[in-house]
Design a protein around this ligand. Structure first.
Ligand code: PLP
Length: 407
């Protein structure tokens, strides 16, 4: 007898908005009924260049006809060029003078890689006693979903039911550099932070925070690891968010937009003397650095090299910030935070006719042809493609105002 098939064969680990998408181009997507929507989530910043950017699609198509996977058992012609291109783009923004790339696939894998590199460096170079290494992390962090990473999450939903947890992490409040300095001891190998906490609702720290954390790391001789998987590659108006704060991390994790919304591509880029500890056989990935990923990754670096998209994120971000400030003045929002073309806004539940939750606001926006996604109850995050047409952005913001006042 055939087993019964449930209405959905998908595990219920997501609660998507009720829309089924079929095609996408630039900032627009179309559902299976032919209805068009402006995409203000942009794949949580994986689609910084919009849907199916022609340069990225062309790079992928060309590579599909040549070679797609070798595994790292063999070299291929795009692996070194990809690493060189990424070091060319990001290396000048990092501490140290010589840099390496370790390619992976998903963001969580890049974070795991950075954690492993920092621990091994701590034992081999810093002389931390075996298995005692600690990493200082921030409250409210989001670094991915693996068991080690959720071990230091402060979100009960991310943790509950998934223990036992990986030890070796010390959590301190975000935007509190004194707490970071106080938490560093002889077992500390690194401080791991998001320069802007995206998943937490685009929480932008004070201007002094990251420079003071950098100074604390320098004083103690520990690594500063910036998780720029969501904040990096143009989103905040610079190639790395750390640049906006004048800080050079030792290691940076990149993901999401590194694959241009075409396929998962992630990497750790950082000081050569740190990444060198990951010698042959100590770490790896079957798919990391595959030819297709490298072809797209190189095209992504090419898109970011002129700096035009970063500048565009700053200019368009001002439009968004001005609009949200007006909504704050009108008391239609209870909070807002922006940096570059990235915004977190908190609904004000007492507005007459206004949405009661972030989810309700997103449902209202959906009926108006705008896609956004709530995070943590009353907050929604706006992260339009950096390529969005200013007129489209303006239209979306008009819909936002309308959705905040009436269903
Ligand atoms: C800062 C940060 N780090 C890591 C991740 C995990 O990336 P992935 O979902 O590709 O594993 C995310 C995803 O949202 C993120 O925002």
């Amino acid at each position: 007898m055939r087993p019964a098939v449930a209405a959905s064969a998908l595990a219920p680990n997501y609660h998507p908005l009720p829309v089924t998408l079929a095609t996408g181009e630039g900032s627009w997507v179309t559902d299976t009924d032919g209805r068009r929507y402006l995409d203000l989530l942009a794949g949580y910043s994986a689609l910084n260049f919009g849907h199916r950017h022609p340069a990225l699609v062309a790079a992928a198509h060309a590579q599909l006809d040549r070679l797609t996977l070798t595994s790292r058992a063999f070299d291929h012609e795009l692996l070194e060029p990809f690493a060189q291109a990424l070091v060319g783009l990001v290396g000048p923004l990092l501490a140290g003078t010589s840099h390496l790339v370790l390619p992976m696939n998903t963001g969580a894998e890049a974070v795991e890689t950075a954690i492993k590199a920092a621990r091994k460096w701590g034992y081999e170079v810093r002389g931390v006693p075996a298995d005692r290494a600690t990493i200082v992390v921030a409250d409210g962090n989001f670094h991915g979903r693996t068991t080690t990473i959720v071990s230091f999450s402060s979100d009960p939903d991310a943790r509950r039911g998934f223990g036992p947890f990986t030890p070796g992490f010390v959590t301190v409040p975000y935007d509190d550099a004194a707490a970071v300095a106080a938490a560093i001891d002889e077992t500390t190998v690194a401080v791991l932070l998001e320069p802007v906490q995206g998943e937490q609702g685009v929480v932008v720290p004070s201007a002094e925070y990251l420079p003071a954390v950098r100074a604390a790391c320098d004083d103690a001789g520990v690594l500063l690891i910036a998780d720029e998987i969501q904040s990096g590659l143009g989103r905040t108006g610079s190639t790395l968010a750390c640049e906006r704060f004048g800080v050079q991390p030792d290691l940076v994790t990149l993901g999401k937009a590194l694959g241009g919304g075409v396929l998962p591509v992630s990497a750790v880029v950082g000081r050569a003397d740190v990444l060198e500890v990951l010698t042959a056989g100590t770490h790896g990935s079957t798919f990391g650095g595959n030819p297709l990923a490298c072809a797209v990754g190189i095209a992504v670096v090419d898109l970011l090299t002129p700096g035009t998209l970063q500048a565009r994120a700053r200019t368009l971000g001002e439009l968004v910030a001005d609009h949200l400030a007006d909504l704050m003045d009108r008391e239609l929002l209870s909070g807002m935070r922006t940096i570059g073309l990235w915004a977190g806004l908190d609904v004000a539940p007492s507005v007459p006719g206004g949405p009661a939750s972030g989810r309700e606001l997103c449902e209202r926006l959906l009926t108006r042809g705008v896609l956004a996604k709530d995070t943590h109850g009353g907050t929604i995050r706006l992260a339009p493609p950096l390529t969005i047409d200013p007129a489209d952005l303006d239209e979306a913001l008009t819909h936002l105002t309308a959705a905040l006042t009436a269903a």
